[in-house]
Design a protein around this ligand. Structure first.
Ligand code: ADP
Ligand code: MG
Length: 256
């Protein structure tokens, strides 16, 4: 882990109509850092991840990824709105695992994983296939390559989702409540894979989760979001055993 932030939100404002979802959010993640975001529903957690994936634009402030503005491009006398090419380049540094898996239903597991590396990175079919097979091995699904998503359990589908995100070799992996849609008995297999990835020194991870025990185990830092701001943050030890804000204590009491 180095001190250079790989992700930086600088006074970021995001509104949906009259609703201000992010209210001058300042937030940084260092390279290699594993950060969990917890907080009540509607507090803007998913919005943070969606902005990073360029699925949502911002209304004010600056987001930088690896030192470069995400939503803007430098021009001689300042910044201009980012072009599609710039967004594509920036997005390629990040991978996201969604709550609802978001696999392509009409594609096999293998094709779900090879699609973006061939289309976006220009990998040959053969190379993409080798990469996919390695990743399926890693997530324990080597024998499921030819199945379709509906033939798999939710836990297996989510492990495919993780393999698919990794296939783009991202520097940063974003997880948006990756186990919330799963039956309880399938949560463990997905957390095991995420836990294994958390041991990778270079991989930066940003995880929105309600799995407090897991967040505590794997995170370097935990951020408590409340109404579009970070209300409190610290090491898992600090935040879970000795929170300083009443709001954090209330939240933890309700979920733990
Ligand atoms: P969280 O992930 O913390 O539950 P979100 O980031 O998904 O919260 O949403 C924050 C707020 O923004 C919520 O009130 C939500 O209803 C609202 N919101 C999110 N996306 C949209 C959208 N596309 N249009 C309008 N409102 C939205
Ligand atoms: Mg959410």
């Amino acid at each position: 882990m180095t001190d250079d932030p790989i992700i930086k939100f600088d006074k970021v404002v995001k509104r949906f109509g009259d609703l201000t979802v992010l209210n001058k959010l300042d937030f940084q993640v260092a390279k290699g850092e594993k950060v969990s975001i917890i907080g009540p529903s509607g507090s803007g957690k998913s919005t943070v991840l969606r902005i990073l994936m360029t699925l949502e634009n911002i209304d004010d402030g600056v987001v930088t990824v690896a030192g470069e503005p995400l939503w803007h491009e430098p021009e001689p006398d300042g910044l201009k709105p980012a072009s599609e090419a710039h967004l594509r380049k920036m997005r390629a540094q990040l991978g996201m695992v969604f709550q609802q898996f978001n696999l392509f239903p009409h594609m096999t597991v293998l094709r779900n994983i090879t699609e973006a590396p061939t289309k976006v990175l220009g990998l040959s079919k053969q190379d993409a296939r080798l990469r996919a097979e390695e990743l399926l091995e890693l997530v324990g699904l080597a024998d499921q390559a030819q199945k379709y998503p509906h033939q798999l359990s939710g836990g297996q589908q989510q492990r495919v989702g993780i393999a698919r995100a990794l296939a783009m070799r991202p520097n940063v992996l974003l997880f948006d409540e990756p186990t919330s849609a799963l039956d309880p008995e399938l949560v463990g297999e997905v957390l095991n894979v995420i836990g294994m990835l958390a041991e990778e020194h270079d991989l930066t991870m940003l995880l929105v989760t309600h799995e407090m025990r897991f967040a505590r185990e794997i995170s370097d830092r935990v951020c408590f979001f409340d109404r579009g701001k970070i209300r409190e943050q610290g090491t898992p030890e600090e935040l879970f055993t000795d929170p300083s804000e009443d709001r954090t204590r209330e939240f933890l009491k309700a979920v733990l």
